[in-house]
Design a protein around this ligand. Structure first.
Ligand code: FDA
Length: 306
């Protein structure tokens, strides 16, 4: 249903009109449409002791010109972050850089971003998108890795059957992995369909990463998995600077604070930009209560403007 809703032009128009107003309902999950708003959110989180990653939202661009523009925006973002003096950590999607149009263009755009990023000590994480792009995303990542870029890492989704192999391969390379459950509905011939199976796979892959990986990122809000990660690393006397937890801006802020206060590294993923609608719809899809919250906000807006 959510993938259908996320393609609805009417809903998009409605959400765009009200969602990002000063107290708009989308602001819970998105820092703002401008880079200044993202930096303000980042500063506030940093002041409280959190790590951060900035994500300039955008995906599935339809022309090479738009992909090149996105790369240029990321290069400018590097300069802005540098002068703002906040932590140097970015996240991006390869279809924003043209993966869905022409792989060579995408590689070239990513290389153009990684060069200044590496010069200025930024870390760049490649998000993992839906399964038509999994193979290509891993390959583009490996291409850049073999070009000796080491300031780049990859997200992998525990919901996919292939991920255990990908984890082993990236562990061998010494590459940094962010492990997520997976935000996309995938077919049953390639992905687990039951939450229990996705969670069990997550735990297996998380242990592989903690045992053999390079500074893995445990990216989840699932208290059971987080509890298991804490227990596993405590039992093995792994120090807290060998891995980090990651959570999304506006999701389980209580848990973010609890973990940080307990002495763990917690990175908050801060999305911003005008192209926030698909990201926002994925967040709604993860939790029916979020949809109720938005429906109530829309009804309120409707009453106030009628
Ligand atoms: P799960 O869905 O089981 O949720 C556990 C608990 O967390 C819920 O019971 C609820 O309390 C809370 N929760 C989860 N989602 C919520 C929401 N939207 N609103 C309110 N509460 C919520 N995916 C992907 O496919 N590619 C990627 O590159 C990334 N990148 C990424 C980065 C980071 C830092 C995070 C934390 C997540 C991603 N994801 C992602 C998204 C990920 O795949 C997954 O969809 C969400 O994290 C939700 O899954 P959980 O692991 O939190 O567990």
């Amino acid at each position: 249903m959510f993938s259908l809703l996320s393609r609805s032009a009417t809903l998009k128009r409605f959400a765009s009109k009200y969602g990002m107003r000063p107290r708009g309902f989308a602001r819970r999950f998105i820092a703002g449409e401008s880079v200044d708003e993202a930096i303000e959110a980042a500063r506030a989180l940093e002041a409280r002791g959190f790590h951060l990653a900035l994500d300039y939202l955008g995906e599935s661009v339809s022309t090479i010109a738009k992909a090149t523009d996105a790369a240029r925006e990321y290069i400018q973002l590097i300069e802005v972050i540098e002068s703002a003096g906040i932590e140097r950590n970015l996240s991006l999607k390869l279809t924003q850089l043209g993966l869905g149009i022409d792989r060579a263009t995408c590689v070239d755009n990513l290389r153009r971003i990684l060069e200044p990023a590496s010069k200025h000590q930024f870390f760049v994480r490649i998000d993992m998108e839906n399964s038509p792009y999994t193979d290509a995303t891993v390959q583009v990542f490996e291409t850049l890795w073999h070009l000796e870029f080491r300031n780049v890492g990859l997200a992998l989704q525990s919901s996919l059957f292939r991920t255990e192999q990908d984890v082993r391969r990236l562990n061998e390379l010494g590459a940094r992995v962010r492990l997520v459950k997976g935000a996309y509905k995938e077919p049953s011939d390639i992905a687990f369909q039951q939450k229990a199976d996705v969670d069990a796979a997550y735990l297996r892959q998380m242990r592989l990463l903690l045992d053999h990986g390079t500074y893995p990122a445990i990216a989840t809000h699932d208290p059971e998995i987080i509890r298991e990660a804490c227990a596993y690393t405590t039992e093995r006397r792994m120090s807290n600077d060998r891995f980090e937890f990651q959570m999304l801006y506006g999701v389980r802020r209580d848990l973010q604070t609890e973990l940080m206060t307990a002495g763990y590294r917690v990175r908050v993923y801060i999305p911003f930009g005008r192209e926030w609608f698909p990201y926002f719809m994925r967040r709604l899809g993860e939790r029916p209560a979020n949809l109720m919250f938005v429906m109530k906000a829309l009804l309120r807006e409707g009453r106030e403007t009628s």
